[in-house]
Design a protein around this ligand. Structure first.
Ligand code: PEP
Ligand code: MG
Length: 756
């Protein structure tokens, strides 16, 4: 974008009143007043500034109801007593359409509903805007005038700015348990689905996407500079992408359009005007984006709609740069925080100070989605399936999460807190049960050695397991460091990451899985395609074989990092043997290159494949010819086997991995590997759960790779299982017609004192 020029003098003068009002508002927001008092003043100042006879603010309540929350000049007795359904009356219509509305004569408008308690009899014209924060409707702000009147653009703009201030302020309302809302929330108990078991008590923090706390700024110049710097960063990023050797013509065109947008003078002027009116750069972008979205979304031309996506993406990129510090900041978190979110990606989770997160509560989520896997490695309990949770919990509400029985307590009673205390003690006792096994070999009762390994990727995964016994890293998810980086780590950075892994694990074996991005593992800085079915889309090895430079760089880094060490590389999401051959070729090329440069080669090379796609089940004999080891990714394999999206809470627990069909598939893989005499491990979440791990041992698996937090419980399973008895039991049930063997297996384990 070119230099943002200051607006014309004439305009500045016109904006001055608005600026004074906004400055006044800014002071009020900072004062130690209740939210109600602040809203009363805001509605008054808004009415005075726009010379209207009334101003009202309706807040959105759970259950799709708008409550009159503050008013200037309508009857105060109506406050908290007048309610509108979404779509009811003019304010309800604004809430429904999420678009501004103005009516010159309300009495002749078919949608107008008169609420006698408000005493709005002699008001004729009306204008309103929705108050939205990150896609969530917070309320409606409206003004009314006696005369029939058409509000001009500057006046509607002013309402928009106030609506943004309100959305910021009301985030704060959610941090203060005020009035009716809080009292109505005492002692609630809600049903939840347990994703990661555990108990936690802490203060709620409601996760919001793209947060910016400050909407108003008195330093225009600073805002403009910030904006220019952020735009430059985005331009740099895009220009770098244009230089990528294997960029397609189509992608290059898209990036060039982005560059055109960033240099567009009209857009720059609009943002600049918004900054001139007192907004921060982030808020100014949001305002202009809202306007453009509103205008463009009315057009039916698909090409224009596409451009809207580009525009939204670009605005998001710039905002991310403006917000960089804030995104990583967690100064608002208390020591014991329960993170509450509609849904949460793994990258978003990694943005928080994880040492403060004691549990996660989600509206949507499943056991095998990646955020949950990351949370599990950190031993953070997770519950999901609670509808509308982000709207019904206030920041700082006390939450008690029972991720064992599936309950969430909001502001729990003393009895519940006492009960949790007792259970914390019992939980500790259970952990103590595992203690005697800690230094014992990982052998079954009948002496079969079960190799216990960990799945890692976060630096804490390895450092937290220093005091545990395990054989190695059965799955190092290389994408996790990529996900917490701000841009694609380059060769040097990757070498440093992998060298550090070797250093951390010492003599233990580590299996590096090449980049497994896509689906729900999104790199914010990488080209993300919008796909109908991302889990079955452009992901993992499909991306890295298409963008070879990424895979080549990663393999080069792995080769260089493992100078004088054993290098074990595994490829994810292999669907055809050709893909595996192709990936292997790239690894061999890197080894050859290193050799030609007379670098030090790894002492040994083992190449493996993940089995996550059912197509491989029918080419097992051919597949095992190509590899030195196999690892079964039961998370993905089960989702494709049962055709159930692992991130879709409606169906994710419909089918059970402990079904005879799935267990037989696992057994076939194991048998094919045994025939070729190569190791076969399970590194999906099944290996981390006691009953499932018991079942895998019963089937004959001797290599498990799990979340580090599960090492204790799985060692206990191993030490209390007689493999031969268990094997005999499961073999007699593999041809049952039941949908699941879970109950049977559980009964067997209980009868045989196996610590599941
Ligand atoms: C799996 O699919 O089981 C697996 C281990 O890979 P990820 O969970 O990382 O997709
Ligand atoms: Mg997988």
């Amino acid at each position: 974008m070119g230099v943002i020029k200051p607006s014309l003098k004439r305009k500045e003068k016109k904006n001055l009143n608005a600026q004074e009002t906004l400055r006044e508002l800014k002071k009020i927001i900072k004062q130690n007043l209740s939210v109600q008092e602040k809203l009363d003043i805001i509605t008054k100042l808004t009415a005075e500034h726009l010379k209207t006879q009334a101003c009202t603010f309706y807040i959105m309540r759970p259950g799709e109801v708008l409550e009159l929350y503050a008013t200037y000049r309508l009857d105060k007795k109506a406050v908290h007593e007048t309610f509108l359904r979404i779509g009811e009356g003019l304010n309800g219509e604004v809430a429904l359409r999420r678009k501004p509305l103005q009516v010159e004569n309300v009495w002749s408008h078919s949608g107008f509903v008169y609420k006698p308690e408000t005493k709005e009899l002699n008001l004729n014209s009306f204008a309103a805007v929705p108050v939205i924060h990150q896609d969530i409707l917070i309320g409606v702000l409206s003004v009314q005038k006696k005369e029939q009147y058409r509000f001009n653009d500057a006046e509607i703009d002013f309402l928009f700015i106030i609506s943004m201030i309100l959305s910021g302020l009301l985030l704060n309302l959610l941090t203060h348990n005020e009035g009716k809302v809080a009292s109505a929330r005492r002692h609630k108990k809600l049903d939840a689905v347990c994703l990661i078991s555990g108990l936690a008590i802490g203060k709620a923090y409601v996760h919001k996407r793209i947060q910016f706390d400050t909407i108003l700024s008195s330093d225009k110049l600073a805002e403009q500079k910030k904006l220019i710097a952020a735009i430059r960063k985005v331009e740099e990023e895009i220009s770098q992408k244009l230089l990528l050797p294997d960029i397609t013509h189509e992608q290059a065109e898209i990036f060039k359009t982005y560059l055109m947008f960033t240099r567009d003078k009209g857009w720059a002027k609009k943002i600049n005007n918004a900054i001139e009116s007192g907004l921060t750069a982030e808020a100014a972008i949001q305002k202009v984006l809202n306007e453009i979205t509103e205008r463009m979304s009315m057009m039916s031309d698909p090409y224009i709609k596409e451009r809207l996506h580009d525009f939204q993406d670009l605005a998001g990129r710039i905002t991310r740069h403006l917000n960089k510090k804030q995104v990583k900041s967690s100064k608002r978190l208390s020591k014991n925080t329960i993170l509450v979110a509609k849904n949460l990606g793994p990258v978003e989770l990694l943005d928080y100070d994880l040492s403060k997160i004691k549990a996660i509560v989600l509206e949507e989520g499943s056991q095998t989605m990646h955020m949950t896997i990351v949370a599990k490695s950190l031993n953070i309990p997770v519950v999901s399936g609670i509808k509308d949770i982000t709207n019904s919990i206030l920041n700082d509400d006390v939450l008690a999460v029972d991720a064992v029985n599936g309950f969430l307590y909001i502001n729990p009673s003393d009895e519940v807190l006492d009960d949790f205390d007792e259970r914390f003690k019992t939980y500790k006792q259970r952990q103590a049960q595992y203690l005697p096994f800690k230094n014992q070999p990982s052998e079954t009762k009948d002496g079969v050695y079960i190799s216990l390994n960990i799945n890692a990727g976060l630096p804490t995964d390895i450092s937290n397991t220093k005091n545990f016994q395990y054989d190695g890293i059965g799955l190092y998810r290389t994408e996790l460091p990529f996900m917490s980086a701000e841009q694609l780590p380059d060769l040097k950075e990757q070498i440093a990451i992998y060298k550090n892994v070797f250093k951390e694990v010492g003599d233990k074996k580590v299996i590096f899985r090449t980049l497994d991005i896509g689906s729900d593992k999104i790199l914010p800085y990488f080209e993300n395609k919008k796909e109908e079915n991302p889990a079955m889309g452009w992901r993992s090895i499909r991306i890295t074989l298409d963008r070879r430079i990424i895979l080549k760089t990663q393999l080069r880094a792995l080769v260089k990092a493992s100078h004088g060490k054993d290098l074990n590389v595994m490829f994810p999401m292999i669907t055809t043997i050709d893909e595996l051959k192709e990936a292997k070729k790239l690894l061999y090329a890197e080894l050859k290159r290193e050799q030609e440069k007379e670098g030090i080669l790894p002492t040994s090379i083992q190449i493996g494949t993940m089995i996550e796609v059912p197509s491989l089940l029918f080419q097992l004999d051919e597949l095992v010819e190509e590899v030195d080891f196999v690892s079964i990714g039961t998370n993905d394999l089960a989702q494709f086997f049962f055709a159930t999206d692992r991130t879709n809470p409606i169906i994710w627990d419909k089918y059970d991995a402990l079904s005879p069909a799935f267990l037989k598939a696992l057994q076939q893989i194991l048998m094919a590997c045994e025939k070729k005499n190569i190791p076969c491990s399970v590194c999906g979440e099944m290996a981390s759960r006691p009953l499932e791990a018991f079942t895998l041992i019963a089937l004959g698996f001797t290599h498990l790779s799990m979340n580090p937090a599960s090492l204790g419980s799985i060692k206990a399973v191993t030490r209390t299982t007689n493999r031969q008895e268990a094997n005999h039991f499961i073999n007699t049930h593999l041809n049952d017609s039941d949908a699941s063997l879970r109950t049977l297996l559980k009964a067997f384990a209980t009868d045989h004192n196996i610590l599941i």
